[in-house]
Write a protein that binds this ligand. Structure first.
Ligand code: FAD
Length: 361
C-alpha cells in the first residue's frame, strides 16, 4: 500500500503525538505511525514539571487531561533510614512540585483533539523499518510494516519521534553518543495507604536509594536505584532482603508491599542512559525528543523536552516557505543548548543525591 502526506511522524509518544496534533491544526496533512497496538503505556515519563504544564495550557489541552485525572505533588520529602530529615513544600505561586499525569491520559487527550482535524491520520501497530531517499539523497518517505503488509509513505518531511532506540535516527546514519549514568532502575507499583499525601519521597536506606511517587487513583510508584547492569546478578539473590529495606523505612507500606511485590517478576527494569546526537536531522528529515536526545528520569525533564521540541518545530514549519526547505539545523540550534544544560542538570542532581542527606551520613 502507498500513501502520500505532507509530513510523516514516526512514533506516537508525547513528542510525536503533540507535533501531529499541532501540524494537523494548521491544516498540514500528517500521518502518525506507531509501532504498538494501543496508546497506553505505563511506567515511563509520567511526571511533568511547570514547563510541560505550560505547553499543555498553551494548546488548551491541560483541562481535558485534568478531567481524566492528574495529581499535583504537594511535598518533596527526604527520608534517611526511616526518619524524615527534610521537607520542601510546593511554592504556592506554582501550586505543586511536579504533576503525575498518566501517559495514557495525556496521549488520549491529544489524540482526541487531533482526530477532530481533517488533515490528521494515524496508524497503530505499524513499525517503520527503513527510510526512502530520492536520487539526490533527500529523504522522501518511510517504509513500514503493519500485520506483515508493507506500507510506503511518501512525504515532504519525515519526523523521527521514535524514542530512545530510534530506527529513524539509525537508518539516517546519525550518530549518537550514549552516556551511562551508573545506575539502572527497578520499578513497581502498590496501592497507597489511606491519608498518603501526594508527594515525592526520596529515601536512603542502608545506602540504597529508593524514590516514591504518589500517583492518581491512590497508587504509589516506587523506584529502586540499582548498580548499572547488576539486575541479572541481583535476581539470583534472595528477594526478601531487597524488599525489606523499603518496609524498614516505611512500615506503613508493609502489607501493600507484601501483597503486591512478591517476587523479582513484579519489577520492571529500566536501563538508564542519555544520548546526544551528532545532528538533529538531514535533508527532508528531523528528529525530536528522545530520538535525538534521550533523557534519564531524573527531574522529569524528558517528557517536557519532547513536547517543547514539537512546540518549537511546529513554529519553524509555519515560518518555512516549503517543507522541503525545512532547516532542521535551525531546530537543532534552537534546542541543543537548552537540552545540553538540562542533561548536565540531570547529572548534577544524580551526583548530588547523597548530599541531601549529608547531615545524617
Ligand atoms: C524509567 C523512566 C522514567 C521516566 N520518567 C520520566 C518522568 O517522570 N517525566 C519525564 O518527563 N520523563 C521521564 N522519563 C523520560 C521520558 O520517558 C522520555 O524522555 C519521553 O518519553 C520522550 O518522549 P518521546 O516522545 O521523545 O519518545 P517516547 O515516549 O519514547 O515515544 C516514542 C514512541 O515511538 C514508538 N516507536 C519506536 N520505534 C518505532 C518504529 N520503528 N515505528 C513506529 N513507532 C515506533 C514507540 O512505541 C513510542 O510510542 C523517564 C524515562 C525512564 C527510562
Amino acid at each position: 500500500m502507498e500513501k502520500k502526506v505532507d509530513i510523516c511522524i514516526v512514533g506516537a509518544g508525547p513528542g510525536g503525538m503533540l507535533l501531529a496534533y499541532l501540524l494537523a491544526k494548521k491544516n498540514i496533512s500528517v500521518l502518525l505511525l506507531e509501532s504498538t497496538s494501543q496508546i497506553a503505556k505505563s511506567f515511563r515519563g509520567e511526571h511533568i514539571n511547570e514547563e510541560g504544564e505550560e505547553i499543555l495550557k498553551k494548546y488548551d489541552l491541560y483541562d481535558a487531561v485534568e478531567e481524566l485525572g492528574l495529581l499535583k505533588m504537594e511535598r518533596l520529602e527526604y527520608w534517611y533510614n526511616g526518619f524524615l530529615t527534610k521537607v520542601i513544600e510546593a511554592d504556592p505561586a506554582v501550586g505543586h512540585l511536579g504533576i503525575h499525569v498518566p501517559q495514557t491520559h495525556l496521549l488520549q487527550v491529544i489524540l482526541q483533539h487531533a482526530k477532530e482535524c481533517p488533515s490528521f491520520s494515524y496508524q497503530l501497530n505499524t513499525r517503520v523499518t527503513s527510510l526512502i531517499q530520492d536520487e539526490a539523497g533527500q529523504y522522501i518517505g518511510v517504509k513500514a510494516k503493519q500485520d506483515g503488509e508493507e506500507l510506503l509513505v511518501y512525504c515532504h518531511l519525515v519526523v523521527g519521534a521514535d524514542g530512545r532506540y530510534s530506527t529513524v535516527r539509525k537508518k539516517a546514519q546519525i550518530d549518537s553518543e550514549i552516556r551511562k549514568h551508573g545506575f539502572d532502575l527497578l520499578w513497581a507499583r502498590i496501592p497507597a495507604p489511606k491519608n498518603w499525601t501526594p508527594s515525592i519521597k526520596m529515601a536512603l536506606v542502608d545506602g540504597m536509594q529508593i524514590s516514591l511517587f504518589t500517583q492518581v487513583n491512590d497508587y504509589v510508584q516506587i523506584g529502586w536505584n540499582i548498580e548499572q547492569g547488576s539486575y541479572s546478578a541481583l535476581r539470583k539473590q534472595p528477594f526478601e532482603p531487597f524488599i525489606e529495606k523499603l518496609i524498614q523505612a516505611f512500615p506503613q507500606l508493609a502489607s501493600a508491599v507484601r501483597e503486591n511485590i512478591t517476587s523479582w517478576r513484579d519489577f520492571i527494569l529500566l536501563d538508564v542512559f542519555s544520548t546526544q546526537s551528532s545532528s538533529w536531522g538531514a535533508d527532508g528529515l528531523v528528529l525530536i525528543g528522545d530520538a535525538v536526545h534521550t533523557m534519564t528520569p531524573t527531574g522529569a525533564y524528558g517528557l517536557n523536552c519532547a513536547m517543547k521540541d514539537a512546540d518549537v518545530l511546529v513554529e519553524l514549519i509555519e515560518q518555512q516557505d516549503t517543507l522541503k526547505k525545512l532547516d532542521f539545523l535551525t531546530c537543532g540550534n534552537m534546542r541543543k543548548k537548552e537540552i545540553e544544560q538540562l542533561q548536565m542538570m540531570q547529572i548534577e542532581k544524580e551526583q548530588g543525591f547523597l548530599s541531601q542527606f549529608e547531615v545524617m551520613t
